[in-house]
Every structure is written in structure tokens, then in C-alpha cells.
Design a protein around this ligand. Structure first.
Ligand code: DQA
Length: 162
């Protein structure tokens, strides 16, 4: 009988789990953009806090921001088999992008959806997320802490899968 091959997407024992954090369009401007809604922290500050927390949680974090749907999809595709979970704030693409949803599905990775603002308290067009039903869960409304809570959720999911 042929030896059982470990799936390339199975957790690598002993190795640090890798979490990809994706920031969608206009999130490069957080800190400047509508601070009443999105807070005063810049994206660089959020990414620094994520890296610090990753160290405490024993995972690694790679962050990527793009205003372009195609670039986000390319980054998601490149993550297949190379990361263990994805935390995503797809920005406005949350509400419109079937293509980002399809790319996330292709990875077969656990996805945590995050938003700085509580999208459910805002305009009705923001209430629907094309990511929500393929994500393990959604965290929204805690400002930059949404990302940190999202990373905690991802790390805890990965610990549970060990
Ligand atoms: C957002 C909410 C989206 O509706 C909006 O288009 C964004 C930011 C948030 O983090 O609250 O760009 O994703």
C-alpha cells in the first residue's frame, strides 16, 4: 500500500504558524481617513501592533495592503499552501467582490473577517459581506483592536488544529 502523503496544507509540526493579514482599498489611509469612523492609528501602527501580538501568540504575521482587487487576489493565490490562516479586511470589496471571495475559497484556509467599523450599524449597502459566510467568523467595530482580536482568533483556531 502506498505511504500516506501529508497534505501540503496540513499544519507543519514544530513550525510557527503563519497568518496573512490583508488590508483592502483605502486602508492605506487609515489614521487620516474619516478618523471618527476608523480611528487615528495609521496602518503602519496597526501592522506593528499585529507583529508584536504575533510574537506573544507564537505565530508570524505577513501584512499586505492594496487598493487593487487584482493585487489582493494575486496575494491570496500566492498564499495557497504557504500560510496557515488569513485575516482580511477587504474594505469596500467586502461588499462587492465575488472574485476575492472565490480566491479565499480556493486557499481552503481558515479566514477571519475584520472591520474597523461596525458595518452593521452603517449604511445598508455595508451590511452584506461576501466574505462573512465563508469566514470562520467576523469581528467588526473595535477599531484597530478588530485586527488584534482577529489575529487572536486565528491563532487560537490554529492551536486547536494542532
Ligand atoms: C471597512 C468597512 C467598509 O465598509 C469600508 O468600505 C472600508 C472599511 C472597515 O474596516 O470598517 O473601507 O472595511
Amino acid at each position: 500500500m502506498a505511504a500516506k502523503r501529508r497534505s501540503s496544507r496540513a499544519p507543519r509540526s514544530g513550525a510557527l504558524r503563519r497568518v496573512l493579514v490583508l488590508h483592502g482599498p483605502n486602508l492605506n489611509l487609515v489614521g487620516i481617513r474619516e478618523p471618527g469612523l476608523y480611528g487615528h492609528a495609521t496602518l503602519a501602527e496597526i501592522d506593528t501592533r499585529l507583529r508584536e501580538l504575533a510574537g506573544e501568540l507564537g505565530v508570524t504575521v505577513d501584512s499586505f495592503q492594496s487598493n487593487s482587487e487584482g493585487a489582493l487576489i494575486d496575494r491570496i493565490q500566492a498564499a495557497r499552501g504557504l500560510v496557515d490562516a488569513i485575516v482580511i479586511n477587504a474594505g469596500a470589496y467586502t461588499h462587492t467582490s465575488v472574485a476575492i471571495r472565490d480566491a479565499l475559497l480556493t486557499t481552503e484556509l481558515p479566514v477571519v473577517e475584520v472591520h474597523l467599523s461596525n458595518i452593521h450599524k452603517r449604511e445598508t449597502f455595508r451590511h452584506h459581506s461576501l466574505v462573512a459566510d465563508i469566514a470562520v467568523g467576523q469581528i467588526a467595530g473595535f477599531g484597530p483592536d478588530s485586527y488584534l482580536l482577529g489575529l487572536r482568533a486565528a491563532a487560537s483556531l490554529l492551536r486547536a488544529r494542532k
